[in-house]
Write a protein that binds this ligand. Structure first.
Ligand code: PLP
Ligand code: ZN
Length: 412
Protein backbone atom coordinates (compact mmCIF):
# COMPACT_ATOMS: atom_id res chain seq x y z
CA UNK A 1 0.00 0.00 0.00
CA UNK A 2 1.81 3.10 -1.24
CA UNK A 3 -0.60 5.41 0.60
CA UNK A 4 -0.11 3.81 4.04
CA UNK A 5 3.03 4.32 6.13
CA UNK A 6 2.28 1.99 9.04
CA UNK A 7 -0.12 1.30 11.90
CA UNK A 8 0.56 3.10 15.16
CA UNK A 9 -0.64 2.32 18.68
CA UNK A 10 -2.73 5.17 20.08
CA UNK A 11 -1.55 4.28 23.58
CA UNK A 12 2.20 3.61 23.46
CA UNK A 13 3.12 4.83 19.96
CA UNK A 14 4.66 1.53 18.81
CA UNK A 15 4.40 1.09 15.04
CA UNK A 16 3.60 -2.02 12.99
CA UNK A 17 3.77 -2.90 9.32
CA UNK A 18 0.20 -2.66 7.96
CA UNK A 19 -0.42 -6.33 7.19
CA UNK A 20 -4.06 -7.47 6.64
CA UNK A 21 -4.23 -9.48 9.88
CA UNK A 22 -3.35 -6.67 12.27
CA UNK A 23 -5.09 -6.61 15.64
CA UNK A 24 -4.36 -4.65 18.81
CA UNK A 25 -0.90 -3.54 19.92
CA UNK A 26 0.93 -5.89 22.28
CA UNK A 27 0.29 -3.28 25.02
CA UNK A 28 -3.46 -3.74 24.46
CA UNK A 29 -3.83 -0.34 22.80
CA UNK A 30 -5.75 0.15 19.57
CA UNK A 31 -3.87 0.73 16.34
CA UNK A 32 -4.44 3.64 14.00
CA UNK A 33 -3.56 3.57 10.30
CA UNK A 34 -1.11 6.34 9.38
CA UNK A 35 -1.19 7.64 5.80
CA UNK A 36 1.35 9.29 3.54
CA UNK A 37 -0.60 12.47 2.87
CA UNK A 38 2.07 13.84 0.53
CA UNK A 39 1.66 10.81 -1.70
CA UNK A 40 -2.14 10.99 -1.50
CA UNK A 41 -2.13 14.71 -2.33
CA UNK A 42 -0.25 13.95 -5.52
CA UNK A 43 -2.50 11.07 -6.59
CA UNK A 44 -6.02 12.22 -5.62
CA UNK A 45 -7.83 15.31 -6.85
CA UNK A 46 -11.40 16.52 -6.44
CA UNK A 47 -11.74 16.34 -10.24
CA UNK A 48 -10.69 12.67 -10.31
CA UNK A 49 -13.41 11.80 -7.81
CA UNK A 50 -16.13 12.99 -10.18
CA UNK A 51 -15.54 10.03 -12.48
CA UNK A 52 -15.57 7.38 -9.76
CA UNK A 53 -18.31 4.81 -8.95
CA UNK A 54 -20.86 5.86 -6.33
CA UNK A 55 -19.58 3.56 -3.59
CA UNK A 56 -17.20 3.93 -0.68
CA UNK A 57 -14.39 2.61 -2.90
CA UNK A 58 -14.33 5.93 -4.78
CA UNK A 59 -11.99 7.09 -1.99
CA UNK A 60 -9.40 4.34 -2.55
CA UNK A 61 -6.41 6.63 -2.14
CA UNK A 62 -7.60 7.32 1.42
CA UNK A 63 -8.34 3.67 2.23
CA UNK A 64 -5.93 1.01 3.55
CA UNK A 65 -6.24 -1.51 0.71
CA UNK A 66 -3.79 -2.75 -1.91
CA UNK A 67 -4.22 -1.17 -5.33
CA UNK A 68 -4.94 -4.64 -6.71
CA UNK A 69 -7.67 -5.49 -4.19
CA UNK A 70 -11.00 -5.50 -5.99
CA UNK A 71 -14.03 -3.45 -4.86
CA UNK A 72 -16.38 -5.56 -2.76
CA UNK A 73 -19.53 -6.62 -4.62
CA UNK A 74 -22.37 -4.91 -2.72
CA UNK A 75 -22.95 -1.19 -3.28
CA UNK A 76 -21.82 0.24 0.05
CA UNK A 77 -21.85 3.96 0.65
CA UNK A 78 -22.90 7.05 -1.31
CA UNK A 79 -26.08 7.22 0.75
CA UNK A 80 -28.20 10.33 0.29
CA UNK A 81 -27.55 13.57 2.14
CA UNK A 82 -30.93 15.29 2.39
CA UNK A 83 -31.52 18.97 2.99
CA UNK A 84 -33.91 18.74 5.94
CA UNK A 85 -35.29 22.27 5.84
CA UNK A 86 -38.59 21.56 7.60
CA UNK A 87 -36.92 19.71 10.46
CA UNK A 88 -34.15 22.30 10.62
CA UNK A 89 -36.71 25.05 11.01
CA UNK A 90 -38.54 23.10 13.68
CA UNK A 91 -35.34 22.64 15.66
CA UNK A 92 -34.33 26.26 15.08
CA UNK A 93 -31.01 25.79 13.30
CA UNK A 94 -29.74 27.71 10.28
CA UNK A 95 -29.33 24.62 8.10
CA UNK A 96 -29.76 20.90 8.68
CA UNK A 97 -28.85 17.91 6.54
CA UNK A 98 -29.76 14.29 7.23
CA UNK A 99 -27.34 11.64 5.99
CA UNK A 100 -29.47 8.50 5.63
CA UNK A 101 -26.99 5.68 6.09
CA UNK A 102 -29.82 3.24 6.64
CA UNK A 103 -29.81 3.07 2.83
CA UNK A 104 -26.77 0.85 2.72
CA UNK A 105 -27.20 -2.70 1.35
CA UNK A 106 -27.89 -4.33 4.72
CA UNK A 107 -29.43 -1.11 6.05
CA UNK A 108 -26.82 0.36 8.39
CA UNK A 109 -23.57 2.31 8.43
CA UNK A 110 -21.84 -0.91 9.53
CA UNK A 111 -21.73 -1.98 5.89
CA UNK A 112 -18.84 0.44 5.46
CA UNK A 113 -16.75 -1.44 8.04
CA UNK A 114 -17.87 -4.86 6.87
CA UNK A 115 -16.99 -4.17 3.24
CA UNK A 116 -13.54 -3.18 4.47
CA UNK A 117 -13.35 -6.40 6.54
CA UNK A 118 -14.20 -8.45 3.47
CA UNK A 119 -11.58 -6.66 1.38
CA UNK A 120 -8.90 -7.21 4.03
CA UNK A 121 -9.93 -10.83 4.64
CA UNK A 122 -9.48 -11.45 0.91
CA UNK A 123 -6.03 -9.86 1.07
CA UNK A 124 -5.22 -12.13 4.01
CA UNK A 125 -6.42 -15.17 2.06
CA UNK A 126 -9.01 -15.97 4.73
CA UNK A 127 -12.12 -18.04 4.01
CA UNK A 128 -14.01 -17.43 7.24
CA UNK A 129 -14.69 -14.12 8.99
CA UNK A 130 -16.07 -13.83 12.51
CA UNK A 131 -17.39 -11.07 14.70
CA UNK A 132 -19.48 -10.31 17.73
CA UNK A 133 -22.05 -7.61 17.39
CA UNK A 134 -25.11 -6.01 18.87
CA UNK A 135 -26.70 -6.83 15.49
CA UNK A 136 -25.73 -4.52 12.64
CA UNK A 137 -22.04 -5.38 12.40
CA UNK A 138 -23.24 -8.97 12.28
CA UNK A 139 -25.84 -8.57 9.56
CA UNK A 140 -23.60 -6.33 7.47
CA UNK A 141 -20.71 -8.76 7.72
CA UNK A 142 -22.94 -11.71 6.85
CA UNK A 143 -24.32 -9.89 3.79
CA UNK A 144 -21.06 -8.48 2.48
CA UNK A 145 -19.27 -11.78 3.06
CA UNK A 146 -22.02 -13.78 1.35
CA UNK A 147 -21.78 -11.53 -1.71
CA UNK A 148 -18.02 -12.07 -1.81
CA UNK A 149 -18.21 -15.85 -1.31
CA UNK A 150 -16.81 -15.92 2.22
CA UNK A 151 -18.26 -17.80 5.19
CA UNK A 152 -19.06 -16.23 8.58
CA UNK A 153 -19.39 -17.13 12.26
CA UNK A 154 -21.42 -14.48 14.06
CA UNK A 155 -21.97 -13.97 17.78
CA UNK A 156 -24.93 -11.84 18.89
CA UNK A 157 -26.41 -11.21 22.34
CA UNK A 158 -29.78 -12.91 22.81
CA UNK A 159 -31.57 -9.53 22.89
CA UNK A 160 -30.66 -8.75 19.24
CA UNK A 161 -33.83 -7.64 17.40
CA UNK A 162 -35.53 -10.20 15.16
CA UNK A 163 -35.05 -8.16 11.99
CA UNK A 164 -31.30 -8.34 12.33
CA UNK A 165 -31.31 -12.05 13.19
CA UNK A 166 -33.53 -12.68 10.16
CA UNK A 167 -30.91 -10.97 7.99
CA UNK A 168 -28.18 -13.18 9.46
CA UNK A 169 -30.07 -16.38 8.82
CA UNK A 170 -30.97 -15.26 5.29
CA UNK A 171 -27.35 -14.44 4.48
CA UNK A 172 -26.39 -17.95 5.59
CA UNK A 173 -24.20 -17.04 8.57
CA UNK A 174 -23.41 -19.51 11.34
CA UNK A 175 -25.16 -17.62 14.12
CA UNK A 176 -24.47 -18.05 17.81
CA UNK A 177 -27.01 -16.29 20.01
CA UNK A 178 -25.16 -15.87 23.31
CA UNK A 179 -27.11 -16.08 26.55
CA UNK A 180 -25.70 -12.92 28.06
CA UNK A 181 -25.03 -9.27 27.30
CA UNK A 182 -22.83 -7.76 24.58
CA UNK A 183 -19.75 -7.92 26.81
CA UNK A 184 -20.15 -11.69 27.27
CA UNK A 185 -20.89 -12.11 23.57
CA UNK A 186 -17.66 -10.31 22.72
CA UNK A 187 -15.67 -12.53 25.11
CA UNK A 188 -16.97 -15.76 23.58
CA UNK A 189 -16.25 -14.53 20.04
CA UNK A 190 -12.70 -13.66 21.07
CA UNK A 191 -12.08 -17.12 22.48
CA UNK A 192 -13.50 -18.77 19.36
CA UNK A 193 -11.47 -16.55 17.01
CA UNK A 194 -8.31 -17.40 18.97
CA UNK A 195 -9.14 -21.09 18.78
CA UNK A 196 -9.93 -21.35 15.06
CA UNK A 197 -7.91 -18.43 13.66
CA UNK A 198 -10.79 -16.87 11.74
CA UNK A 199 -10.41 -13.39 10.24
CA UNK A 200 -11.46 -10.99 13.01
CA UNK A 201 -14.05 -8.35 12.19
CA UNK A 202 -14.39 -7.09 15.76
CA UNK A 203 -14.29 -3.39 15.19
CA UNK A 204 -12.00 -2.14 17.92
CA UNK A 205 -9.51 -4.97 17.45
CA UNK A 206 -9.25 -4.66 13.67
CA UNK A 207 -7.79 -1.23 12.92
CA UNK A 208 -9.00 -1.22 9.32
CA UNK A 209 -12.69 -1.10 10.14
CA UNK A 210 -13.00 2.47 11.32
CA UNK A 211 -11.15 3.36 8.09
CA UNK A 212 -14.17 1.93 6.28
CA UNK A 213 -16.53 3.83 8.54
CA UNK A 214 -14.75 7.09 7.84
CA UNK A 215 -16.08 7.04 4.29
CA UNK A 216 -19.33 8.43 5.69
CA UNK A 217 -17.64 11.73 6.48
CA UNK A 218 -15.66 11.72 3.22
CA UNK A 219 -19.01 11.50 1.44
CA UNK A 220 -20.67 14.18 3.53
CA UNK A 221 -17.82 16.54 2.65
CA UNK A 222 -18.00 15.76 -1.06
CA UNK A 223 -21.81 15.99 -1.08
CA UNK A 224 -21.54 19.44 0.53
CA UNK A 225 -19.02 20.48 -2.13
CA UNK A 226 -16.30 20.49 0.56
CA UNK A 227 -17.98 23.24 2.61
CA UNK A 228 -18.19 21.86 6.11
CA UNK A 229 -21.00 22.41 8.63
CA UNK A 230 -20.45 23.67 12.16
CA UNK A 231 -21.53 20.39 13.76
CA UNK A 232 -21.81 16.71 12.91
CA UNK A 233 -24.13 14.66 15.15
CA UNK A 234 -23.79 10.90 15.51
CA UNK A 235 -24.77 8.13 17.92
CA UNK A 236 -22.04 6.34 19.84
CA UNK A 237 -21.73 2.76 21.16
CA UNK A 238 -18.29 1.18 20.92
CA UNK A 239 -16.99 4.48 19.58
CA UNK A 240 -15.58 3.17 16.28
CA UNK A 241 -18.02 5.16 14.18
CA UNK A 242 -17.37 8.56 15.71
CA UNK A 243 -13.62 7.85 15.66
CA UNK A 244 -13.88 6.94 11.98
CA UNK A 245 -15.92 10.04 11.21
CA UNK A 246 -13.24 12.19 12.79
CA UNK A 247 -10.43 10.36 10.97
CA UNK A 248 -12.13 11.00 7.64
CA UNK A 249 -12.47 14.69 8.37
CA UNK A 250 -8.85 14.98 9.45
CA UNK A 251 -7.71 13.13 6.31
CA UNK A 252 -9.54 15.64 4.14
CA UNK A 253 -8.08 18.51 6.10
CA UNK A 254 -4.59 17.06 5.78
CA UNK A 255 -4.81 16.82 1.99
CA UNK A 256 -6.33 20.27 1.72
CA UNK A 257 -9.80 19.23 0.49
CA UNK A 258 -11.56 21.05 3.37
CA UNK A 259 -10.41 24.12 5.28
CA UNK A 260 -12.33 23.68 8.54
CA UNK A 261 -13.37 20.82 10.80
CA UNK A 262 -16.86 20.49 12.28
CA UNK A 263 -17.37 19.91 15.99
CA UNK A 264 -18.65 16.43 16.80
CA UNK A 265 -21.87 15.85 18.73
CA UNK A 266 -21.61 12.51 20.54
CA UNK A 267 -25.10 11.22 21.36
CA UNK A 268 -25.59 8.31 23.73
CA UNK A 269 -28.51 6.83 25.64
CA UNK A 270 -29.22 8.07 29.16
CA UNK A 271 -29.27 4.39 30.20
CA UNK A 272 -25.81 3.64 28.78
CA UNK A 273 -23.33 6.47 28.19
CA UNK A 274 -19.86 5.50 29.43
CA UNK A 275 -18.07 7.55 26.76
CA UNK A 276 -20.11 10.71 27.28
CA UNK A 277 -19.74 10.37 31.04
CA UNK A 278 -15.96 10.24 30.70
CA UNK A 279 -16.03 13.47 28.68
CA UNK A 280 -18.52 15.22 30.95
CA UNK A 281 -16.61 14.35 34.12
CA UNK A 282 -13.19 14.54 32.47
CA UNK A 283 -12.26 11.14 33.88
CA UNK A 284 -11.25 7.79 32.41
CA UNK A 285 -14.27 5.83 31.19
CA UNK A 286 -15.86 3.17 33.36
CA UNK A 287 -18.29 0.38 32.47
CA UNK A 288 -22.03 1.06 32.69
CA UNK A 289 -25.21 -1.00 32.62
CA UNK A 290 -26.83 -1.47 29.20
CA UNK A 291 -30.24 0.05 29.86
CA UNK A 292 -31.66 1.30 26.58
CA UNK A 293 -33.89 0.01 23.80
CA UNK A 294 -31.42 1.45 21.28
CA UNK A 295 -29.76 -1.96 21.01
CA UNK A 296 -26.97 -0.94 18.61
CA UNK A 297 -25.54 1.52 21.12
CA UNK A 298 -26.26 -0.47 24.28
CA UNK A 299 -22.55 -0.92 24.86
CA UNK A 300 -21.58 -0.88 28.52
CA UNK A 301 -17.92 -1.67 27.88
CA UNK A 302 -16.98 0.37 24.80
CA UNK A 303 -14.31 -1.34 22.70
CA UNK A 304 -12.96 1.79 21.12
CA UNK A 305 -13.26 4.31 23.93
CA UNK A 306 -9.69 5.62 23.49
CA UNK A 307 -10.13 6.64 19.87
CA UNK A 308 -13.66 7.95 20.48
CA UNK A 309 -12.62 10.10 23.44
CA UNK A 310 -9.71 11.53 21.47
CA UNK A 311 -12.00 12.33 18.55
CA UNK A 312 -14.58 14.10 20.70
CA UNK A 313 -11.94 16.08 22.58
CA UNK A 314 -9.89 17.01 19.52
CA UNK A 315 -12.97 18.31 17.75
CA UNK A 316 -13.99 20.37 20.77
CA UNK A 317 -17.09 18.20 20.68
CA UNK A 318 -20.30 18.20 22.66
CA UNK A 319 -21.78 15.20 24.47
CA UNK A 320 -25.50 14.69 25.00
CA UNK A 321 -27.50 11.85 26.51
CA UNK A 322 -31.10 11.12 25.59
CA UNK A 323 -33.79 8.96 27.15
CA UNK A 324 -35.50 6.14 25.27
CA UNK A 325 -38.60 8.36 25.02
CA UNK A 326 -36.54 11.12 23.42
CA UNK A 327 -35.06 8.59 21.01
CA UNK A 328 -38.47 7.31 19.95
CA UNK A 329 -39.81 10.86 19.62
CA UNK A 330 -36.90 11.64 17.29
CA UNK A 331 -37.71 8.55 15.27
CA UNK A 332 -41.25 9.83 14.76
CA UNK A 333 -40.08 13.36 14.04
CA UNK A 334 -37.62 12.19 11.35
CA UNK A 335 -40.38 10.09 9.88
CA UNK A 336 -42.99 12.84 9.78
CA UNK A 337 -40.73 15.68 8.64
CA UNK A 338 -38.21 13.90 6.40
CA UNK A 339 -39.70 10.55 5.41
CA UNK A 340 -36.66 8.88 6.91
CA UNK A 341 -37.22 5.80 9.08
CA UNK A 342 -34.28 5.13 11.40
CA UNK A 343 -33.82 2.43 14.01
CA UNK A 344 -33.57 3.71 17.61
CA UNK A 345 -29.76 3.88 17.66
CA UNK A 346 -29.94 5.29 14.15
CA UNK A 347 -31.88 8.37 15.25
CA UNK A 348 -30.08 8.95 18.54
CA UNK A 349 -27.83 11.59 16.96
CA UNK A 350 -30.92 13.52 15.85
CA UNK A 351 -32.49 13.10 19.30
CA UNK A 352 -29.32 14.53 20.83
CA UNK A 353 -29.31 17.43 18.39
CA UNK A 354 -32.92 18.22 19.24
CA UNK A 355 -32.08 18.27 22.93
CA UNK A 356 -29.11 20.59 22.40
CA UNK A 357 -31.36 22.91 20.38
CA UNK A 358 -33.94 22.95 23.19
CA UNK A 359 -31.19 23.74 25.67
CA UNK A 360 -30.00 26.61 23.49
CA UNK A 361 -26.54 25.07 23.07
CA UNK A 362 -27.08 24.93 19.31
CA UNK A 363 -29.24 27.48 17.52
CA UNK A 364 -30.09 29.76 14.66
CA UNK A 365 -26.54 30.51 13.55
CA UNK A 366 -25.49 26.88 13.33
CA UNK A 367 -25.31 24.42 10.45
CA UNK A 368 -25.52 20.72 11.27
CA UNK A 369 -25.31 17.31 9.62
CA UNK A 370 -27.08 14.54 11.53
CA UNK A 371 -26.24 10.99 10.51
CA UNK A 372 -28.99 8.35 10.67
CA UNK A 373 -26.92 5.22 11.14
CA UNK A 374 -29.46 2.40 10.70
CA UNK A 375 -32.85 1.68 9.14
CA UNK A 376 -36.05 1.43 11.19
CA UNK A 377 -37.22 -1.77 9.53
CA UNK A 378 -34.57 -3.60 11.55
CA UNK A 379 -36.59 -3.12 14.72
CA UNK A 380 -40.26 -2.72 13.92
CA UNK A 381 -41.47 -3.83 17.36
CA UNK A 382 -40.33 -0.66 19.09
CA UNK A 383 -41.59 1.60 16.30
CA UNK A 384 -45.07 0.07 16.48
CA UNK A 385 -45.08 0.35 20.26
CA UNK A 386 -44.38 4.08 20.16
CA UNK A 387 -46.32 5.18 17.07
CA UNK A 388 -49.62 3.60 18.01
CA UNK A 389 -52.22 1.71 16.00
CA UNK A 390 -53.77 2.57 12.61
CA UNK A 391 -57.55 3.11 12.18
CA UNK A 392 -59.10 -0.32 12.13
CA UNK A 393 -62.29 -0.41 10.05
CA UNK A 394 -64.45 -2.74 7.95
CA UNK A 395 -64.95 -2.15 4.22
CA UNK A 396 -67.57 0.57 4.93
CA UNK A 397 -67.26 4.18 3.68
CA UNK A 398 -69.75 5.51 6.28
CA UNK A 399 -67.67 4.04 9.06
CA UNK A 400 -64.57 5.66 7.53
CA UNK A 401 -66.30 9.06 7.35
CA UNK A 402 -67.39 8.75 10.97
CA UNK A 403 -63.90 7.80 12.11
CA UNK A 404 -62.27 10.65 10.20
CA UNK A 405 -64.79 13.11 11.74
CA UNK A 406 -64.17 11.67 15.19
CA UNK A 407 -60.43 12.18 14.83
CA UNK A 408 -60.89 15.62 13.26
CA UNK A 409 -58.59 14.76 10.33
CA UNK A 410 -58.27 17.23 7.44
CA UNK A 411 -59.32 15.61 4.15
CA UNK A 412 -58.38 18.54 1.89
C1 PLP B 1 -22.95 0.33 15.64
C2 PLP B 1 -23.96 1.39 15.53
C3 PLP B 1 -23.77 2.64 16.09
C4 PLP B 1 -22.57 3.03 16.91
O1 PLP B 1 -21.33 2.75 16.35
P1 PLP B 1 -20.09 2.42 17.33
O2 PLP B 1 -18.95 2.24 16.43
O3 PLP B 1 -20.47 1.19 18.07
O4 PLP B 1 -19.97 3.59 18.23
C5 PLP B 1 -24.76 3.57 15.94
N1 PLP B 1 -25.88 3.30 15.25
C6 PLP B 1 -26.09 2.11 14.66
C7 PLP B 1 -27.37 1.88 13.93
C8 PLP B 1 -25.14 1.11 14.79
O5 PLP B 1 -25.38 -0.08 14.24
ZN1 ZN C 1 0.81 -0.03 22.31
Amino acid sequence: MKNVIHAKCVKCGKTYEATPNLTNCECGGILDIVYDYDYIKKSLTKEKLKTRPNTMWRYRELLPVEETTPDTPLRVGWSPLYEADRLGELLGVKKLWIKDDGQNPTASLKDRASAMAVAKAKEAGAKIIACSSTGNAASSLAGNAAAAGLRTFIFVPERAPKGKVAQLMTFGANVISVQGNYEETFELSKKAIDKWGWYNRNAAINPYLSEGKKTVSLEIAEQLDWKMPDYLAISVGDGCTIAGVWKGLKDLYAIGFIDRLPRLISAQAEGCHPINRAIAENKPWEPMEENTLADSIAVGVPRNADKALMAIRESNGIVVNVTDEEIMAAQKLLGTTCGVFGEPAGVTGTAGLRKLCEQGVIGKNDTVVSVVTGNGLKDVANAIKFCGEPMKLPNDLDALVAEIDRRGLKTE
